[in-house]
Design a protein around this ligand. Structure first.
Ligand code: HSE
Length: 346
């Protein structure tokens, strides 16, 4: 079965996805009977190309390697250039829109408009963009239901590490009593590097160089990125009707090398911890640095790695540790959602 995709936003995540398809596309077709065809890529900076029969992904990546843009993608009789994101969503023949623009913590734009536009036209949306899901999940999921299409967003929390799908499939039937985790790789990387002697600024620069950090790294170090992920977990897994203002949030800027060394002597370690508790008074959530004992499983999570513990009333405590960022890992999250979407599974 052929399934046509359009990529909106062609940064690290979109390129990671295309690289995976180049490598794994034939294998997915053979094993799962699904041939993913990318018909359009539209990026506000890198350019825009559309071909109704599908783009040549090797040519796409060659153009990117040579010029960092899509402008040198070869011409062809059916190739159209220059469509903006909304025109691509409206006029391309893609069945599914992969929304991979940069997260905007303030109003979710332009991703939110992209998601609304696609869903209102009956096109599925798969996204790694936290803004639209954190800020407008109810609206978007209701729109998807009305339009009989799907909205999938596994990559918004812990990239390709299964978290949302884990709770909705393997842990289904549990009442999740609490969630506790390290949800921001950049801040965890910085804290780990500070423990071995780097300054905050040196560690942040290294995280940016490795592509972990958000376009605006204040979202990482001030806790907003973890706050958005906490909101996504609370809303989509626990059905909490809360917004960002209900999640107190503090980042890691105030933790000095001296604090880190003092914690070491106390046999503890600073971690940026996201918490969600289902209480008799409703859902309580917060993000902030905590000193955790070395015996705590979260203390052992070093570098850009994320971890999350779900406490289910039937399954007990289940912890997942894995990547929370990265080109391939987040591109993979798009692939997982695409495969489940075409299969009709959760
Ligand atoms: N910047 C994020 C992090 C990755 O460092 O965890 C994407 O959510």
């Amino acid at each position: 079965m052929v399934h046509k995709l359009a990529l909106i936003g062609f940064g690290t995540v979109g390129q990671g996805f295309v690289e995976i398809l180049l490598r794994r596309g034939a294998d997915i077709a053979r094993r799962h009977g699904i041939e993913f065809v990318v018909v359009a890529i539209s990026d506000a900076v890198k350019g825009s190309i559309y071909c109704p029969h599908g783009l040549d992904l090797a040519d796409v990546m060659t153009a990117m390697e040579e010029t960092g843009t899509l402008h040198h993608y070869p011409d062809g009789p059916l190739v159209i250039r220059g469509w903006d994101s909304l025109q691509t969503i409206r006029e391309s023949n893609a069945q599914t829109i992969l929304e991979a623009t940069v997260t905007n913590v303030r109003d979710g734009e332009p991703g939110l408009t992209h998601c609304r536009e696609a869903l209102s036209r009956g096109k599925n949306v798969v996204t790694t963009n936290k803004g639209p899901i954190a800020l407008a999940y109810d609206e978007l999921s209701q729109l998807a239901d009305r339009q009989q299409c799907r909205l999938l967003f596994e990559g918004t929390v812990m990239s390709g590490t299964p978290v949302l799908r884990l709770v909705n499939t393997a842990l289904v039937g549990n009442h999740i009593r609490s969630i506790r985790g390290i949800l921001n790789g950049t801040s965890n990387f910085i804290l780990s590097q500070m423990e071995v002697g780097l300054t905050f600024d040196e560690a942040l620069q290294e995280a940016q160089r490795r592509g972990y950090a958000e376009a605006d790294p204040t979202a990482d170090v001030d806790g907003w990125d973890a706050q958005l992920k906490t909101l996504i977990l609370a809303r989509t897994l626990l059905g909490a009707s809360i917004d960002r203002t209900a999640i107190p949030c503090k980042g890691i800027r105030t933790i000095s090398p001296r604090d880190i060394m003092a914690a070491k002597q106390r046999e503890t370690r600073f971690k940026l911890i996201a918490r969600i508790d289902a209480t008799s008074h409703g859902i309580r959530a917060s993000v902030g640095p905590e000193e955790v004992a070395l015996t705590d499983p979260l203390a052992g999570i070093a570098g850009a790695v994320n971890a999350i513990t779900f406490d289910g009333d039937l399954a007990g405590s289940v912890t997942v540790v894995g990547a929370g960022a990265g080109r391939v890992e987040t591109g993979y999250a798009l692939l997982v959602d695409c495969i489940n979407l075409v299969r009709g599974t959760i």
